[in-house]
Design a protein around this ligand. Structure first.
Ligand SMILES: [Fe+2]
Ligand SMILES: [Fe+2]
Length: 150
């Protein structure tokens, strides 16, 4: 069973963002599997990947927000930066600490709680106010791709 159970309540209706959020949830579930199997090497590997990928996702999301006139772009980026700092600390504890399993468990719960709440509150807020810009764009983009493929 998944640790982070992905349901439609996490979907913001912007496919490119939903796919990225879901991918972070998949990493958390992979970390869960590694914990269940006592596989410390896999815990380290996933801890590395989930933090890297989360940072990539933040950068992508921030680039979208910077293109919009979303009023809370700056505070949103601060929230991301604060979380990046604590995620980096957790990665350090899993990858180079003395207590890998407790550190991996802490990472699994912190990421699940943080990500779930961030998507439903802060991300849902920007999606509601400026999401139409990117929904329209992705729709036009898919129409363009359809015709350009001939
Ligand atoms: Fe965000
Ligand atoms: Fe996000």
């Amino acid at each position: 069973m998944d640790f982070f159970e992905w349901t439609s309540e996490f979907e913001l209706g912007i496919p490119v963002i939903d796919i990225q959020h879901k991918r972070i949830a998949d990493y958390i579930n992979k970390l869960h599997t590694a914990i269940e199997n006592n596989n410390e090497e896999l815990m380290k590997e996933v801890a590395e990947s989930v933090v890297n990928y989360t940072c990539e996702h933040f950068a992508y999301e921030e680039a979208l927000l910077n293109k919009s006139d979303y009023i809370l772009t700056e505070p949103h980026i601060i929230v991301h930066n604060n979380f990046k700092a604590s995620a980096a600390k957790m990665r350090e504890e899993v990858c180079n600490g003395d207590n890998i399993i407790p550190a991996a468990k802490k990472m699994r719960s912190t990421l699940t709680i943080w990500l779930g709440s961030h998507i439903k509150k802060e991300d849902a807020d920007w999606a509601e106010s400026v999401g139409h810009l990117f929904r329209k764009k992705s729709f036009l983009g898919s129409v363009f791709n359809f015709f350009s493929k001939g």
